[in-house]
Design a protein around this ligand. Structure first.
Ligand code: SF4
Ligand code: SF4
Length: 468
């Protein structure tokens, strides 16, 4: 039973790596000031998730949902008109973003993304042949001087545009095939960034099957994170991700990497699960596997590219994805990890308020293995040359993907979820509809699942913070 006095429990969020360029917006809540008048925020989402516990969430302001006891809801209801915060519980309601200060703007208007993110495509080679991959493979890899020139241009761009942090995503192909090169480029980047006071962070995106001990040692020593792709368990994964030339065994290889090389060194990779028409009904097993190993995970939707378009079986129907995602959510509700997982639950959706679905054109670039710059990893074939002093953002701002703010997208402007979803992947919308100023083709999926994703955070609080 909830306590008789007001009880307000505020959920948590944690950034989770994905294969994309989603900006990691800083929390949008300004510190609550006791002075001033407050009112119940508009358009609160409410869900009675357990007897005596209601989940409430300000979907426009961003942040995690909160759990309120009946007494706390009563206190909230008292703010039907403007009032001062004259009790500690009122402050708590404001911290949960359920009370809005009169005259304060809503949404992500004050947010500036302070991180320049770069996909560094170190190799075009891969030991797997996944049908949904957007890379037209070859044996070519980046050379060290191209990598160093890219780092020079990235740091010059960060300084010119006022980014205080640079985030590198070493990718391919299979990036781990070029792990020595990654080590060399990263050492150069760390040195150059330190000289000019730019913070550096990095992650390697990998299929997890290539894990020499020397690479695992380097990951552990450097603090560079790892993200591995897992699309099912056992044969389901192998069907999605066969060896180059065919054949099963990729799942066993990645599990060996995890158990024998990574976990003993304290490395907990993030698991990226890509849902498509082939694995929608079985992907829940990958979620169970990730939670079983205490790994953070993200659920992402397949995006068709020129390279994958002929695999018709990867295409999906809305209902098929919703059913499959609900099966995955049922696993999460059963196992309820202790670590916050909200940001990984639904494709490009993020808990913090943001106005653009990703950083394309603003805070993200892709460096190809041949040393050119592109808008997005789906656009590797449309890259432009650059020099060590180039403004890389300026070069990609005019590409084919128009990454419009969600407030300028038809169908999104009035949506309750617009600052969580931000309209979805602009490349997918353009490819599917021929337009950039319209809502995502995945809109119905987002709308169906967003409340259920919030509910999972509420259940996590009930289980781990109230021991229910
Ligand atoms: S794509 Fe759909 S869910 Fe997302 S902001 Fe637009 S209308 Fe809302
Ligand atoms: S356009 Fe789509 S695929 Fe490209 S970075 Fe943005 S969200 Fe990711």
């Amino acid at each position: 039973m909830p306590p008789a006095t007001p009880h307000i429990l505020i959920g948590e969020t944690a950034a989770i790596s994905t294969d994309c360029a989603c900006p990691t917006p800083p929390p949008t809540a300004s510190p609550v000031r006791a002075a001033g008048l407050y009112q119940r925020a508009d358009g609160l989402h409410r869900d009675q998730i357990a007897p005596g516990w209601a989940l409430l969430c300000n979907t426009l302001a961003g942040g995690a949902p909160a759990l309120l006891s009946p007494a706390a809801e009563e206190r909230l209801a008292g703010f039907v008109g403007p009032r001062p915060l004259d009790h500690p519980d009122d402050l708590r309601l404001a911290e949960a973003r359920l009370l809005a200060q009169m005259g304060a703007p809503i949404g992500p208007v004050a947010v500036t993304v302070d991180t320049l993110t770069a996909w560094v495509h170190v190799t075009n080679a891969c030991n797997l042949e996944c049908p949904y991959c957007y890379v037209r493979k070859s044996s070519a890899q980046m050379n060290l001087s191209s990598g160093q020139r890219a780092i020079d241009a990235l740091i010059a761009t960060a300084l010119r545009r006022g980014f205080r942090r640079l985030k590198l995503k070493y990718a391919g192909g299979e990036a781990a095939l070029s792990y020595r090169l990654i080590g060399q480029i990263h050492a150069y980047a760390a040195d150059q960034a330190a000289q000019v006071g730019v913070e550096l962070e990095a992650v390697v995106l990998s299929n997890g099957t290539v894990m020499p001990a020397a690479f695992a040692d380097w990951l552990a020593a450097s603090g560079v994170r790892l993200m591995i792709s897992v699309d099912g368990v056992g044969a389901d994964h192998d069907r999605q991700r066969p060896w180059k030339g065919g054949g099963a065994g990729a799942f066993a290889a990645l599990e060996r990497s995890l158990v024998e090389r990574l976990l003993p060194r304290g490395i907990r990779p993030t698991v990226s699960i890509t849902i498509n028409g082939m694995n929608a009904q079985t992907a829940h097993a990958a979620v169970r596997w990730a939670i079983g190993h205490d790994l953070p995970f993200s659920l992402n939707f397949y995006r068709e590219s020129d390279a994958s378009a002929h695999y018709r079986e990867l295409r999906y129907e809305e209902q098929q994805i919703i059913v499959g995602m609900r099966a995955a959510y049922a696993v999460i509700a059963e196992l309820l990890p202790t670590r916050p997982f909200l940001d990984g639950l639904l494709d490009r959706v993020q808990a913090e308020a943001h106005g653009h679905a990703c950083g394309v054109g603003h805070s993200y670039v892709v460096i190809t293995h041949s040393g050119q710059v592109a808008q997005c990893q789906m656009e590797l074939d449309r890259a432009a040359p650059f020099g060590p002093e180039s403004d890389l953002i300026g070069l990609v701002a005019v590409g084919s993907i128009h990454n419009l703010p969600v407030d300028e997208r038809e169908g999104c402007r009035e949506c309750q979820w617009r600052y969580r979803c931000a309209g979805g992947c602009p490349a997918l919308t353009l490819r599917t509809t021929g337009r950039s100023d319209i809502r995502s083709p995945n809109c119905a999926i987002y709308q169906a699942l967003l409340p259920e994703a919030l509910r999972l955070e509420g259940l996590r609080m009930l289980r781990h913070r109230l021991a229910m």
